[in-house]
Structure formats: structure tokens, C-alpha cells
Design a protein around this ligand. Structure first.
Ligand code: PLP
Length: 379
């Protein structure tokens, strides 16, 4: 069982990436002007079941731009899950508003929809469901709550390219939604992000704010009516993004297949728990996250991580809850309350290797090590 290194998640680029990048270099179009930006936006909007897409520099920028476009501002509150990546909370803070945390469901690890209404106040303006690890949230219930209380939905689809709920693509349920193309995502541009929407008004607002609030219609002047951002994606990144989007369904199928293999090979592993797919949903399994029940497994998460590391298997811990973040407490967020499922995931959870192009042999090896370590003391 020695000793090839298996990274936790490497980018997979198997299409026209090099060809399109070379075209950018050969033609000199390397900044944010260039045909790949608009081609990528068009292709990605179509892939996500939305009319419009606006490319940006990161998933965090996409979340911020989405919130800014719908007018979130100081004094407002935005509901987010407590178990998520910190970018969700930061994006809300950038607008001056306050993120409000809701614990996640014990099984699906997505925002617990039964707890959302308890935290809606007069200041609440939006709900930000996060399709965690590629598992779409219960959008039917979230849409009902949003409609009843007249709230925006801003989906965080950073981990959920191509995921589906009731046959509808993640990202298409909201006023405005955000994607990330960081190197470990199912589709990547190295760093990068995308806002998608079906609203022409929010599309225009995003394009305007993304580019320093230069007018979209009038001749270029250097007078600016609103504070804008430089969140422009480069043509080089978009060239990679277009090539990735051309093969999006192939990459999605690879991630789903790998998750099936992990579940098959670990089906006899006592105390190794997988995320439960949301009902009526296609989970695209950005990451193969597991929860270690150390009583049943016989080992702690830390012991397992150490053992896998000795054997060349790279892993990562899961997110620390938003209620545990010093910076958010300092910012004035309410951090008291019951977040037991978030804490359970932080304590016992880890990512196993999840690159799209993992082989069955590699997955079998990782699972054999996990099974072996639960039962034996290694010499
Ligand atoms: C759920 C979630 N939201 C937002 C982000 C932020 O994306 P980026 O790293 O591209 O800024 C990430 C990135 O990993 C994420 O996992």
C-alpha cells in the first residue's frame, strides 16, 4: 500500500483549454476585453439555465456583486447557513449588512429550512442558501419562505456547477446567484467567478458595478455616479472557462461516479458517514466529504487524517462554523445559539481526495486504507 501521493483535489483540464489560451496569447487579447469573456458568459448562462451571466474575479466577488446588485446595504440582514465557507459571510459584510446564521440539517448538511423563519426580522432582505459540496438545497421550501416574507434568494453555487433540484439547474432559482471557478471546483478558471440571473435589470447592474461603474450606454467619461468595483475576469481565464464549460457534463459525471465508488467501497465501514443527497436533486459531489463517528469507527478524525497522510493521501478538514469566527463576532454578528450539526461536521468531518480524474484503483486504495485503519493498529 505505498506510496503514490494523491492530492485532495487537482484541476482537470482535458479539452480546448490550451488551444484557447494560445489563441489569447497569439492575438494579444489577454485582459478583460476579448471574445472569450462573452463566449464563456453565454455558454455558462446556458449551462446554468439562466438568461444572463457576468464573469468576475472570484466566487467571493460574485457573491458580493450579487448582493450589491439587489441593493443589500448597511442595516440589512442576510440569512446564511452556519456551516459554509467564510466567503458567504464576508460578502454580506462587504455590503455593510449583517449575516445571520442558521444551523444545517444533520443529514444533508444544507441550511435547515425549518429554522429559517425563526430568524427573519424586519431587517432581513435575503436568504443565501449554499448548495454545500454540490448538494442542492430544498429550493421549493426556500422559495416559499422567500415569497411569503418578500425576500430575495441569492444562491451560493460555488460548489454546485450543473447541480439540479426538481430538474432545474442550481443558480436559476434566485434573483441573482454566484459561482466560483477556483482551481478545486468542478469547473475552473484558476481563480474566477460568475454571477447568473434571469433579470435584465440585475444583469445590467452587475456589469455596471463590476467595471468601476462606468456607464454601460454613454460614451466613456471619468465621472462615476456610484462606487463600483474592478471585478473583471481576464480573457485568459475566460478561455479556460469556455473550454471547461464545453465538457461540463463530462466532468459532472466523473465527480458523481467517483462518489458512487467511495460509497460502494466504504459501505461496510462502520462509523464513516456520507452526506445524504437532498430529495429530488442531483448532487454533483464537488467534494467527497465524510463524517467520522469515532465511537463506531474506533478512531478519531485526526487519527484517520494522520494515517492517510503517512500513506500519501491528502485530506482537508471541513469548515469551522460562522458562529465560531472571531472576525464575525467582532463585526457584531449574533453568535450564540444552537449550531450542533455545524459543530458535529467541524469536529468529525474531512474531505477525501475528489479530483474529477481519480481512478477506480486510487479510490479503492483510499477506501481499503480507511477500512483497515478502523480495525487494526498499524505496525
Ligand atoms: C460555498 C463557497 N462559497 C464561496 C466560495 C468563494 O469562492 P472563491 O474562492 O472563488 O472566492 C467558496 C470557495 O471555495 C465556497 O466553497
Amino acid at each position: 500500500m505505498k506510496n503514490e501521493f494523491i492530492p485532495v483535489c487537482a484541476a482537470y483540464m482535458a479539452g480546448n483549454e490550451k488551444k484557447y489560451i494560445n489563441d489569447c496569447i497569439d492575438t494579444g487579447w489577454i485582459s478583460s476585453a476579448g471574445k472569450y469573456v462573452s463566449e464563456f458568459e453565454k455558454a455558462f448562462a446556458k449551462y446554468s439555465g439562466c438568461k444572463y451571466a457576468v464573469s468576475v474575479t472570484s466566487g467571493t466577488a460574485a457573491l458580493h456583486l450579487a448582493l450589491a446588485a439587489i441593493g443589500i446595504k448597511k442595516g440589512d440582514e442576510v440569512i446564511i447557513p452556519s456551516f459554509t465557507m467564510i466567503a458567504c459571510a464576508f460578502a454580506v459584510c462587504y455590503t455593510g449588512a449583517k449575516p445571520v446564521f442558521i444551523d444545517v440539517d444533520e443529514k444533508t448538511w444544507n441550511i435547515d429550512v425549518s429554522k429559517i423563519e425563526q430568524k427573519i426580522t424586519k431587517k432581513t432582505k435575503a436568504i443565501m442558501p449554499v448548495h454545500i459540496f454540490g448538494n442542492p438545497c430544498n429550493m421549493k421550501e426556500i422559495a416559499k419562505i422567500a415569497k411569503k416574507h418578500k425576500l430575495h434568494i441569492v444562491e451560493d453555487c460555488a460548489e454546485a456547477h450543473g447541480a439540479e433540484y426538481n430538474g432545474q439547474k442550481a443558480g436559476s432559482f434566485s434573483s441573482v446567484s454566484a459561482f466560483s471557478f477556483f482551481a478545486n471546483k468542478n469547473l475552473t478558471t484558476g481563480e474566477g467567478g460568475m454571477v447568473v440571473t434571469n433579470s435584465k435589470k440585475y444583469y445590467d447592474k452587475c456589469r455596471y458595478l463590476r467595471n468601476m461603474s462606468y456607464s454601460l450606454t454613454k460614451p466613456r467619461t471619468y465621472e462615476h455616479d456610484e462606487i463600483g468595483f474592478n471585478y473583471r475576469m481576464t480573457n485568459l481565464q475566460a478561455a479556460v472557462g469556455l473550454a471547461q464549460t464545453e465538457l461540463a457534463d463530462k466532468y459532472k459525471a466523473m465527480r458523481i461516479k467517483n462518489n458512487g465508488l467511495y460509497k460502494k467501497f466504504l459501505s461496510q465501514a462502520d462509523g464513516i458517514i456520507f452526506q445524504q443527497d437532498e430529495k429530488n436533486a442531483v448532487n454533483v459531489h464537488w467534494m467527497n466529504a465524510i463524517l467520522v463517528d469515532s465511537k463506531k469507527y474506533g478512531r478519531t478524525k485526526d487519527e484517520l487524517v494522520g494515517f492517510l497522510k503517512q500513506n500519501g493521501i491528502d485530506t482537508r478538514f471541513l469548515f469551522t462554523g460562522m458562529h465560531k469566527q472571531k472576525c464575525l463576532k467582532k463585526y457584531g454578528c449574533a453568535v450564540k445559539g444552537n449550531y450542533k450539526n455545524t459543530d458535529m461536521l467541524t469536529k468529525g468531518g474531512l474531505y477525501l481526495p475528489s479530483s474529477s480524474n481519480l481512478t477506480e484503483k486510487q479510490i479503492k486504495k483510499i477506501c481499503s486504507l480507511i477500512l483497515y485503519f478502523g480495525k487494526h493498529t498499524p505496525q
